[in-house]
Design a protein around this ligand. Structure first.
Ligand code: FPP
Ligand code: MG
Length: 328
């Protein structure tokens, strides 16, 4: 199935400007090897959905993309990429977006430092170029990401983790960055911080983040490495029992994970994944996500209709279709 993400010419132009800004910030170390690794992860692609949501938001609210919004989007992407450098280290992952990870290529210590460099440059750009408000909200989001990630670590290999527990972690580790992108969109558009329009757009961002992560978790269970650019089945291998998995497990499968989760053989994992794919996992998760996509769109603030607002309206379902087209 061919799926295309909704866009507009103004949004596409702004995304090009964001790409340039990300490249500039990611390669601004005085030490060339830091630039090489930070530049490698930031230029390895990715859908830039956090930027699409932020730029779509600012366009929908103000009809233009001020330079501050371009920097704000680059900051969000840099924080995201920095968190992935740390996440890959925690997961001991060797590949992301089809390229070798910093930890695999250069080692764990340097991966901490490269991630830190990206966080530092994002914070500095937010403070210098956007505003103290923006820098403060981004710092809060980083703390949320850490909390979400820690909640995940605390539940590792817990086959009796509740789906709600998994959602709580996801709202922080992924929802928070989409949410702050929307807060900054409203801020850059000159809409009152904390007013109804900003609050509703932030809610849109948080719901979209949940949708994005649940689909990412589903792809890890029911797609292929070729389709997603990273090995699949990793979450179960790492003991991360995700929302779609926890909702789909039968009693016997849960017992298997409770007893053998830490030492699951490759054949046992392959069999479990095959059983899940043949069962209700995919249709049940897609049904949940369809409802979440509709809820996301409903959260949009009531502002004058525009091509950018239409992008935000169509984005949740378009991303769902994209993910569904990559299921194995
Ligand atoms: C990817 O999710 C990881 C995250 C969304 C958050 C990672 C957060 C941290 C490492 C906390 C520290 C954050 C900063 C900003 C220093 P995933 O592991 O479910 O997805 P994956 O399958 O792509 O790895
Ligand atoms: Mg991970």
């Amino acid at each position: 199935m061919l799926t295309t993400m909704p866009t507009t010419p103004a949004l596409a132009d702004a995304l090009t400007a964001v790409e340039t800004e990300i490249g500039r910030l990611a390669t601004s170390s005085r030490v060339p090897v830091v630039n090489e690794f930070a530049g490698r992860i930031t230029s390895a692609g990715g859908k830039r959905l956090r930027s699409v949501v932020l730029l779509g938001g600012v366009l929908a609210l103000s009809g233009r993309v001020p330079d501050q919004a371009v920097t704000a989007a680059a900051c969000v992407e840099l924080l995201h990429a920095g968190s992935l450098v740390h996440d890959d280290l925690m997961d001991d992952a060797a590949e992301r977006r089809g390229v070798r990870t910093v930890n695999a290529e250069w080692g764990p210590g340097p991966a901490v430092l490269v991630g830190d460099f990206m966080l530092a440059r994002a914070s500095q750009a937010a403070l210098d170029t956007v505003s103290p408000f923006a820098a403060g909200r981004l710092a809060e989001a980083v703390a949320d990401l850490v909390d979400g990630q820690v909640l995940e670590v605390l539940d590792l290999y817990d086959a009796h983790r509740s789906p709600d527990g998994a959602l709580r972690s996801v709202a922080l580790k992924t929802g928070a960055l989409f949410r702050v992108g929307c807060v900054l969109a409203a801020h850059c558009a000159g809409v009152p911080d904390g007013g109804e329009v900003a609050v509703r757009l932030a809610e849109y961002g948080e719901h979209f983040g949940l949708l994005f992560q649940i689909l990412d978790d589903l792809l890890d269970l029911a797609s292929t490495a070729e389709q997603v650019g990273k090995p699949v089945g990793n979450d179960i291998r790492q003991g991360v029992y995700t929302f779609p998995l926890l909702r789909a497990l039968t009693g016997a499968q849960r017992e298997l994970l409770a007893e053998r989760g830490r030492s699951l053989a490759d054949e046992e994992l392959a069999r479990l994944l095959a059983e899940l794919r043949a069962g209700d996992l995919v249709p049940e998760t897609l049904a949940y996500c369809r409802s979440l996509a509709a809820q996301t769109t409903r959260a949009l603030p009531e502002v004058a209709d525009s091509a950018a607002l239409d992008v935000l309206r169509r984005l949740p379902a378009a991303h769902l279709d994209w993910a569904a087209s990559r299921l194995g």
